[in-house]
Design a protein around this ligand. Structure first.
Ligand SMILES: Cc1ncc(C[n+]2csc(CCOP(=O)(O)OP(=O)(O)O)c2C)c(N)n1
Ligand SMILES: [Mg+2]
Length: 542
């Protein structure tokens, strides 16, 4: 996470201005939301602090935008909603950020304080509603605004990060609030290593003959990529990454060993099952799709102790993931455990597994990902939605750098890919952005593309048009059920794109898709590609 500076010194005057001042100091430049009477004072204060208030089409997607911004920058993302229907609509996105362990501050207005305790029209109890889907839900009152804002920010970013919800009554915004902007630390602690458990965890590693590293999102948050590469090369250890950590370890590296629980997942689990030690480096079990079923001993290495206990680990190394890996490398003595050729053979097996079921002459799901990857200029940011296409993209898309692949894999809520792409482009206007989404998930968020064209954000969205909620239809098929409620009507996405001031192209063959995506990084307008895929390949996959 980048270091944040700007200790603004001025005394602020109102609750709204104090909050806007803190957010600006924390590096926030966009607040994503949907207006309502109860938050207009805050929107005005944000405008005065040069924070752009971006109105999404609906609150739930605004929260996804806030989450995507935080995923790209490592800084807190912020979303805004009004009371009642605004706050209930934002709930899904808040839960998503929380389970994706992404720091998001969700702010909702509330009816004025004199009526909050008894009035019923549009009033729901935010603290109770948000409690199960956030790290903290509390009210921002003028008298304690300074402390509560600091507490909210600190809590959102503290390991494990997540969502914090703040309720502000409509009358509180203009009330004077004491305090100066004084940011708490927002990055993970650098340099610490706590050792839990008896015995010597380093010996556990050096005694292993076939260790495998499983790198997860805490490694990404700690920017531990260089330390992962160092240990992998020094000790000859293959590295499996979790989907949301994609990019933390370069996927063209000789020791890269695939993505957990994505296409061809059995091959990756076989590698973990055949290892004699799994070095879980910042791996968060929230990313497990399959149950943890291997008996391989685990050495837990994370920013927090192994409180999940999804796997047992007699030793825990707790602290900054990069620092711990550095510490392990410094003590490593011995020969590399795996030869590069062995890891390459494993990757070849994985490649074969995700290609399984691919039919020549059709537009297969893996073709779509491969063609998009080929067309993507360096620096491209990828977002995905949720469904069979995500499982394919998570494995097939080769990630080059951290924070360049935004996959929702905690809550795994559909509807993320499109708003995430819009927010990514807004946050990083220098980067080409492409979203790979299913037709079901696209339908949930399609009208957000109007925001992309209105804001002049030329994102590219490739829709895997298979007329199916495929991931669920496949489950029905496995059990022998008919496809109840999982077949969906196709839409003319070219016409839809044009209606939203976007370009629209339909592609039914690999060649047509290649042509559609030519130079997508330099297009002046947003592009929606209706990729008419044949989903048959998925059947061999999952
Ligand atoms: C908001 C939400 N509702 C339901 C689900 C359950 N679900 C997971 S995948 C999926 C199918 C997605 O269909 P589509 O977007 O077309 O992608 P595909 O699987 O066809 O690639 C569903 C319904 C979910 N993850 N999120
Ligand atoms: Mg589909």
């Amino acid at each position: 996470m980048p270091q944040l500076s700007e200790p603004a010194q001025e005394t602020t005057t109102t609750t709204a201005a104090l909050l806007a001042g803190y957010l600006h100091a924390a590096g926030v430049r966009h607040v994503f939301g949907y207006p309502g009477e109860s938050v207009i004072d805050f929107m005005e204060a944000a405008r005065h602090r040069d924070i752009q208030v971006v109105s999404a089409v609906r609150e739930g997607t605004a929260a996804f935008m806030a989450e995507a911004t935080a995923m790209v920058t490592g800084r807190p993302g912020v979303c805004l909603s009004t009371l009642g229907p605004g706050s209930t609509a934002v709930l899904n996105g808040v839960a998503s950020a929380n389970l994706d362990r992404v720091p998001v501050l969700a702010i909702s207005g509330q009816i004025e304080s004199s009526r909050e305790q008894f009035f019923t029209h549009q009033v729901v109890d935010h603290d109770r509603m948000f409690a199960p889907v956030s790290k903290l839900a509390l009210r921002l009152d003028p008298a304690s605004a300074d402390t509560v804002i600091r507490k909210a920010l600190r809590t959102a970013v503290a390991e494990r990060p997540g969502a914090v919800h703040l309720t502000v009554t409509a009358d509180a915004w203009p009330i004077p609030a004491e305090g100066q902007v004084s940011l708490p630390p927002l990055a993970p602690a650098a340099g610490s290593v706590d050792v839990h458990g008896d015995g010597d965890p380093v010996r556990m590693l050096t005694a292993a003959r076939r260790p495998v590293i499983l790198a997860g999102i805490a490694a990404l948050r700690c920017a531990a990529g260089p330390e992962l590469v160092r240990l992998a090369e020094l000790a000859g250890i293959p590295v499996v990454v979790s989907p949301m950590a994609k990019g933390v370890f370069p996927e063209n590296h000789p020791y890269f060993a695939g993505v957990l629980d994505m296409a061809g997942y059995r091959v990756v689990w076989d590698l973990l099952a055949g290892a004699d030690l799994i070095l879980a480096a910042g791996f968060d079990p929230v990313e497990l799709i399959s149950p943890w079923s291997v008996a391989t001993p685990v050495l837990h290495l994370d920013t927090i102790p192994n409180t999940d206990q999804v796997y047992a680990s007699a030793h825990e190394l707790v602290g900054h993931v990069g620092a711990i890996l550095r510490w392990l490398s410094a003590q490593w003595a011995g020969e590399p455990r795996w030869a590069e050729t062995q890891v390459a053979a494993h990757r070849a097996r994985l490649h074969k597994a995700w290609l399984a079921g691919r039919a020549e002459g059709r537009l297969n799901p893996s073709d779509v990902v491969a063609i998009a990857r080929e067309a993507a200029p360096p620096g491209t940011i990828l977002t995905t939605d949720v469904g069979s296409h995500k499982i394919m993209a998570g494995q097939v898309w080769q990630a080059a750098e951290p924070r360049s692949v935004l996959i929702p894999n905690g809550l795994s809520a559909m509807g993320f890919g499109v708003p995430a792409a819009i927010a990514a482009r807004l946050t990083r206007p220098d980067r080409p952005v492409i979203a790979l989404v299913g037709d079901g998930g696209f339908a949930m968020a399609a009208t957000e593309m109007r925001i992309a064209s209105a804001l002049g954000l030329p994102v590219t969205v490739v829709v895997f048009a298979d007329n199916s909620l495929n991931r669920i239809e496949l489950r029905q098929q496995l059990i022998g059920y008919p496809p109840t409620a999982t077949r969906i009507d196709g839409m003319d996405l070219v016409t839809l794109a044009e209606a939203m001031d976007c370009d629209g192209i339909r592609a039914e063959t690999p060649a047509a898709l290649e042509k559609a995506l030519e130079g997508f990084g330099t297009r002046p307008r947003p592009l929606i590609v209706e990729a008419r895929v044949d989903p048959a390949q998925y059947e061999a996959q999952f």
